[in-house]
Design a protein around this ligand. Structure first.
Ligand code: NAI
Ligand code: MG
Length: 360
């Protein structure tokens, strides 16, 4: 077995971020106790919490701890308390900083509908039952990072502008991520772009098509992003892996996540070229319920499962966590976001404890 240290930087962040990461850390500690996994969790502040302590949402010590760790577990950042902070010191800036500093270019966002939660989706059961999609979103390029960008005054009128750009190598590396993901799954990959309008998409499509020859078992298709939005809502089960750019992936993955009913169930991974990753729930800091101990910790616990799979290649442990979550749901436990009319919801720590109890 792999005996050197396996450091996990834990960045709880703000609001429910602290509450849900506490439950995920308990899962990691249980794995430590039950096996020779030997994970070591190092806690550091991020987001508004770090801003209050150190005047910046991403202190140097937090960044270096994250850089030195094998993996990062992040809760969530942000909240009304910091809305008036200067734009470059907003809690959310820490996320962009971590992603770009650590080159976490590959964002994997599964959208899975657990059969026990079939009634939680707003879509008809026959449209979403059995849904299991993986969205692979490019995370460190495209219009969110391209330049020139800004707001300028031209002839007495202000003009805002951003630049969508991708180099061939940026497209290649995210395409390889997506094809590898497809190889582990149903071997169908749909690349989403806007090649009928954008030159950057033209290049994207050409490069992805070229890379596909290295993965002959994977069936590649292309779709325009507007149609992809329609298809996600009309017939989402046609998709297996979706590969797309930073901005299109931001929008598509939020739409896909809602097919499954609760944002409290959805994990994510952001990986670099060496398999290092940052793992976090898709949801934010939920200021409306923070401090009440009622947040759903399952998205963060499922993010630990992704960490075990993608960074530590401990697939059996990852399977166990996912199976424990499924049994807890099958036993009828529901946090407030999942509870049906008349059902008494469990608290964050009761849900966390139930997963620990099922984790054998
Ligand atoms: P949000 O995801 O925090 O909350 C949206 C709604 O979902 C709220 O009603 C909330 O109570 C509920 N919710 C979210 N997670 C839940 C959970 N685990 N269990 C039960 N209910 C849950 O999104 P919102 O309200 O737009 O943003 C709040 C703050 O979080 C903002 O400051 C935003 O910038 C930040 N944010 C941070 C993210 C991150 O750290 N990755 C991602 C999204 C938002
Ligand atoms: Mg988003």
């Amino acid at each position: 077995n792999f005996m050197s240290k396996r450091i996990i930087a834990v960045l709880p962040g703000d609001g429910i971020g602290e509450e849900v990461t506490a439950e995920a850390v308990r899962v990691i500690e249980k794995l430590n106790a039950a096996t020779d996994a030997g994970f070591e969790c190092v806690h550091v502040p991020v987001g508004g919490t770090a801003y209050d302590l150190h005047g910046t949402p991403l202190p140097e010590d937090t960044l270096s701890t994250a850089r030195d760790a094998n993996a990062i577990l992040l809760g969530a950042v942000g909240g009304p308390k910091w809305e008036s902070a200067p734009r470059e010191l907003r809690p959310e800036r820490a996320l962009l900083g971590l992603r770009s500093e650590l080159s976490l270019f590959s964002n994997l966002r599964p959208a899975i509908l657990y059969p026990e939660l079939a009634d939680a989706s707003t879509l008809k059961p026959e449209v979403v039952s059995g849904l299991d999609i993986m969205i692979v979103r490019e995370l460190t390029g495209g219009i969110y990072f391209g330049g020139p960008r800004g707001i300028e005054t031209v002839d007495g009128q202000r003009r805002g502008f951003n630049t969508m750009e991708y180099t061939e190598s940026e497209i290649k590396r995210i395409a390889h991520s997506a094809f590898r993901a497809a190889m582990q799954r149903d071997k169908r990959l749909c690349s989403v772009d806007k090649a009928n309008v954008l030159e950057v998409s033209e290049l994207w499509r050409e490069v992805v098509t070229k890379i596909s020859s290295e993965y002959p078992q994977v069936e590649l298709s292309h779709m325009y992003v507007d149609n992809a939005c329609m298809q996600l809502v009309r017939a989402p089960k046609q998709f297996d892996v979706i590969l797309t750019t930073n901005m299109f992936g931001d929008i598509l993955s939020d739409a896909a996540s809602m097919l499954t009913g609760s944002i409290g169930m959805l994990p994510s991974a952001s990986l670099n070229a060496d398999g290092k990753g940052m793992y976090e729930p898709v949801h934010g800091s939920a200021p409306d319920i923070a401090g009440q101990g009622i947040a759903n910790p399952l998205a963060t616990i499922l993010s630990v499962a992704m960490m075990l799979r993608y960074t530590f290649t401990e697939n059996a442990m990852a399977d166990k966590i996912e199976a424990a979550v499924q049994r807890v749901l099958a036993n009828g436990l529901r946090t407030a976001d999942l509870a049906r009319e008349g059902e008494t919801p469990v608290t964050t720590s009761e849900m966390g404890q139930a997963v620990l109890d099922e984790l054998v």
